[in-house]
Design a protein around this ligand. Structure first.
Ligand code: NAD
Ligand code: UGA
Length: 469
């Protein structure tokens, strides 16, 4: 089966970059990315590539090459479904905020809406690909929607979870460690659909890295991969608090254990905690599935990864308050970084907002600088926390209590303390002497990412704190 027309429903952090990279590598395949969010599509079509809705190193170059040639962004979802042979579902699957499974289960309403839309519009056979991260056995639900249209159209459902990390998405897509394709390999049409998708990736991914499994293994592997990665971060963060009490240095411990090639060196960087749209959501989802299947011990095991992460964020905030003489009321705290990691403008579940909430609760004033995150988004994050009762300030007070600065030196001027929340490279090159000169004394710095040269800062006169030291 030769595929020459692909549609992706959902033009977010996954849909946009993933399809851009497919379009670049397969110039003969028409790739259309559609979304209900008109502004998002307008931003993907913006002639100024600095206005793309997703910031990722290398992304604008890929979009510049393919857009208008074989890559298109559109709001005409029906037309895109009709013409595609293969449809990727790449909509968001957030944690449910209501009803059964509230706060734990994945909310599949967007996925279901898309499945119903495909069922309604499709007039020819389609391969439907789950690109969103989904609970194991979701393909069954999608199948039951698609198989009950009565239209005679035949659907093959594949699972093809995405493993890209934000900040390195283009590189991760271009040089994927593996591509996972789950399908019904016991039937001829199922096998044909899997081969058709494998052939697309095979244009640039070595064949031995394309793994073919059954659908359930593929769905579950995605949740498991994120759970294992997050578990490593929580494990090293757990050890970081022990290091602080014992004189061990967490970076030295990480290097020592990471040198064992059974453990490996990556994902052992102690931090203020992990953020991002997926780790917490996917683990909570895993925990929910385990509980639903009466696997309570398994559920508790994984839930502890999230609890440890919450502890680490709160520990960082409490540390700031206790070192600033047990109160930050009326004190100015400068935040360097708001994104959940460097090289992205994504702020979903960023540890920075939880640290901010704890400090605002203690009546601090926060001045934030982030190279890629807008004031609008920061205020949006904090308003969300207020709406969820995780921050108890009057929304009208937000502009007085939280200022977003265009320059780092403005954020730090007259501050009592600086907190580094994201590991942006540019922070390392600042004129720290000048920053120190402009701060209240004693000038405190809390490096939540262990990226600054702490000896230099101490020599300047800063009171310093690092994670796990
Ligand atoms: P996102 O919120 O950035 O994008 C999702 C898009 O889907 C939004 O633009 C939304 O408007 C659109 N959408 C929702 N319902 C729609 C509908 N009915 N019709 C058309 N469009 C609709 O989300 P994301 O970060 O791209 O994540 C998408 C999925 O990929 C999630 O399941 C996530 O867990 C998974 N994932 C994300 C990452 C990541 O790094 N962000 C990595 C791997 C997997
Ligand atoms: C993560 C996974 O790495 C991807 O494989 C997966 O596809 C994706 O989730 C997803 O499903 O959404 P992402 O969240 O974009 O990617 O970024 P990571 O590099 O994994 O970082 C996640 C968080 O952990 C960040 O806040 C980061 O700062 C933190 N982290 C990571 C640490 O604190 N220490 C580390 O050693 C590594």
């Amino acid at each position: 089966m030769i595929i020459n027309s692909i549609t992706c429903i959902g033009a977010g952090y996954v849909g946009g970059p993933t399809m851009a990279v497919i379009a670049r590598n397969c110039p003969d395949i028409k790739v259309t990315v559609v979304d209900v969010n008109e502004q998002r599509i307008a931003d993907w079509n913006d002639s100024n590539l600095d206005n793309l809705p997703v910031y990722e190193p290398g992304l604008k170059e890929v979009v510049a090459e393919a857009r208008g040639r074989n890559l298109f962004f559109s709001t005409d979802i029906d037309a895109a479904i009709s013409e595609a042979q293969m449809i990727f579902i790449s909509v968001n699957t957030p944690t449910k905020t209501y009803g059964t499974g509230k706060g734990m289960a994945a909310d599949l309403k967007f996925v279901e809406l898309v499945a119903r839309k495909i069922a309604e519009v499709a007039a020819s056979d389609k391969i439907v690909v789950e690109k969103s991260t989904l609970p194991v056995r979701t393909a069954q639900a999608i199948r039951s929607i698609l198989d009950n249209t009565g239209s005679g159209v035949k659907f093959q459902i594949l699972s093809n979870p995405e493993f890209l990390a934000e900040g390195t998405a283009v590189n991760d897509l271009q040089h994927a460690d593996r591509v996972l394709i789950g399908g019904d390999h016991h039937t001829a049409p199922g096998k044909e659909a899997m081969d058709a998708l494998a052939a697309i990736y095979g244009r640039w991914i070595p064949r031995e890295r394309i793994l073919l499994t059954n659908v359930w293994s593929s769905e579950l592997s995605k949740l498991t991969a994120n759970a294992f990665l997050a578990q490593r971060v929580s494990s090293i963060n757990a050890i970081s608090s022990l290091c602080e009490q014992t004189g061990a240095d967490v970076d030295e411990v990480a290097a020592a254990i990471g040198a064992d090639n059974r453990i490996g060196p990556r994902f052992l960087k102690a931090s203020v905690g992990f953020g991002g749209s997926c780790f917490q959501k996917d683990i909570l989802n895993l925990v929910y599935i385990c509980r639903s299947l009466n696997l309570h011990e398994v559920a508790e095991y994984w839930e502890q990864v999230v609890k440890m992460n919450d502890y680490q964020k709160q520990r960082f905030a409490r540390n700031i308050i206790s070192r600033l003489y047990n109160t930050v009321s009326g004190k100015k705290i400068a935040f360097l970084g708001w994104a959940f990691k460097k090289d992205t403008n994504d702020t979903r579940e960023t540890p920075a907002m939880y640290v901010a909430a704890a400090l605002l609760d203690d009546r601090a004033e926060i001045h934030i600088y982030d190279p890629k995150v807008s004031q609008e988004r920061i205020y949006g994050d904090l308003r969300n926390l207020i709406a969820q009762n995780q921050l108890t300030i009057d929304p009208a007070q937000l502009p007085d209590l939280v200022k977003v600065c265009k320059k780092p030196y403005d954020a730090c001027r007259n501050a009592h303390a600086i907190a580094v929340l994201t590991e942006w490279d540019e922070f390392k090159g600042y004129d720290w002497q000048q920053i120190y000169n402009d701060m209240f004394k004693p000038a405190f710095i809390f490096d939540g990412r262990n990226i600054l040269d702490i000896e230099v800062l101490k020599d300047i006169g800063f009171q310093t704190y690092q994670i796990g030291k």
